[in-house]
Ligand binder design. Structure first.
Ligand SMILES: Cc1cc2nc3c(=O)[nH]c(=O)nc-3n(C[C@H](O)[C@H](O)[C@H](O)COP(=O)(O)OP(=O)(O)OC[C@H]3O[C@@H](n4cnc5c(N)ncnc54)[C@H](O)[C@@H]3O)c2cc1C
Length: 320
């Protein structure tokens, strides 16, 4: 765990966190409210996250009858995290958030990382996914997909990598074929395979919001070359209806689990989109909604990738 005196020194003496309360956005906050959040995070991390750190490492996620089995302590810890308001710690009050500065939110999160980086990773992905949508999605997309993530009802992922494309994202082959319009923006049918997807399948939340990089084929059916041909899509595991209720299962299928050397409590998956196992609205292809303009996908995804980099760096520092 992080020593409190050290954290206070870093936040208040070195980084002058108190000065943030002079900004209009944090006017409701004070050093007392910052300390209360830090203390609540420390207690929750010690009580719900740290005790199963070793157990999660020894009992990696298992795939039985097409369902992912995690040790139950992971869901208990994440439910407590959500109930404590930490999924929306930095979010606007309008989204049920505490409107904490990123500095204090990250200091809170560091304590969950220090206690159990693998369980904390589900929350890190969900918060990063919601933040990308808050920055770049339409109001309807935010209400349908970001708001429930900040409330902890849905969890999120980032789907970039493919079996043949890791660092070289210009080589992705996942395709998104136009499928008309929808209340959540331009609609597409997504076909392809995504590899190494953290948090890609589980029963920790009612839905999983996948943010998927894919290419829209040209009129000749070929995929545009390079990273400028990449677009970003919201592909929910279960379709969301215009009134916000959950509808039929989307065609996102778990093909297998990856086994890792560390972070074993975070399930890591191989996902097939548009496998034809499910036929949403009677037709093949996973239904996805484009975020932003065509060809802007990688730039938009960097919003989440950068947050994930900070999160992974924070986690690594806490382990180190
Ligand atoms: C634990 C874990 C969780 C992950 N979670 C996710 C996730 O949630 N979502 C997701 O989309 N992906 C995820 N990934 C995938 C991750 O983003 C990729 O592993 C990463 O992009 C690297 O791709 P790769 O593994 O195919 O390696 P490669 O791209 O094949 O790279 C292999 C090596 O070659 C080097 N290299 C690559 N290109 C060049 C070049 N042009 N010049 C010089 N050197 C080069 C790299 O630095 C590396 O050392 C996860 C991976 C891990 C290990």
């Amino acid at each position: 765990m992080i020593e409190r005196r050290l954290l206070s020194f870093l936040l208040y003496d070195w980084l002058d966190a108190g000065a943030l309360t002079r900004r209009a956005r944090y006017a409701e906050h004070s050093r007392e409210t910052f300390d209360a959040a830090l203390e609540a995070a420390a207690q929750l991390a010690a009580r719900e996250f740290a005790p199963h750190n070793r157990a999660a490492d020894l009992n990696e996620p298992r795939l039985i009858d097409e369902r992912v089995h995690l040790i139950p302590e992971i869901k208990r810890a994440l439910d407590a995290f959500i109930a404590g308001g930490f999924m929306a710690a930095a979010a606007d009050a309008e989204f049920g958030g505490m409107q904490l500065p990123a500095l204090i939110e990250k200091a809170c999160f560091a304590q969950f990382d220090a206690a159990n980086v693998a369980t904390a990773a589900y929350a890190m992905l969900t918060i990063g996914n919601a933040n990308l949508l808050l920055a770049h999605a339409t109001r309807a997309q935010i209400d349908a997909f970001a708001r429930p993530q900040l409330a902890g009802r849905y969890f999120g992922t980032m789907c970039l990598s493919e079996p043949q494309a890791g660092s070289s994202l210009s080589d992705i082959r996942t395709r998104a074929v136009s499928d008309g319009d929808s209340p959540f923006g331009p609609r597409y049918r997504v076909f392809g395979t995504k590899m190494w997807i953290s948090g890609g399948e589980h029963e920790l939340a009612a839905d999983i919001v996948h943010l998927v990089l894919a290419k829209v084929p040209g009129s000749d059916g070929t995929l545009p070359p390079g990273v400028k041909g990449i677009s970003l899509f919201i592909v929910p595991r279960v379709l969301v209806q215009p009134d916000g209720t959950l509808g039929e299962r989307n065609d996102v299928v778990l093909a297998g689990l990856n086994h890792k050397m560390g972070y074993r409590g975070t399930v890591n998956t191989l996902l097939n989109f548009g496998e034809r196992r499910f036929k949403p609205e009677g037709r093949a292809g996973a239904i996805g909604y484009r975020v932003g303009a065509e060809g802007q996908g990688l730039a938009l995804m960097f919003h989440m990738m950068n947050e994930a980099r900070i999160g992974v760096g924070l986690g690594a520092t806490m382990l180190g």
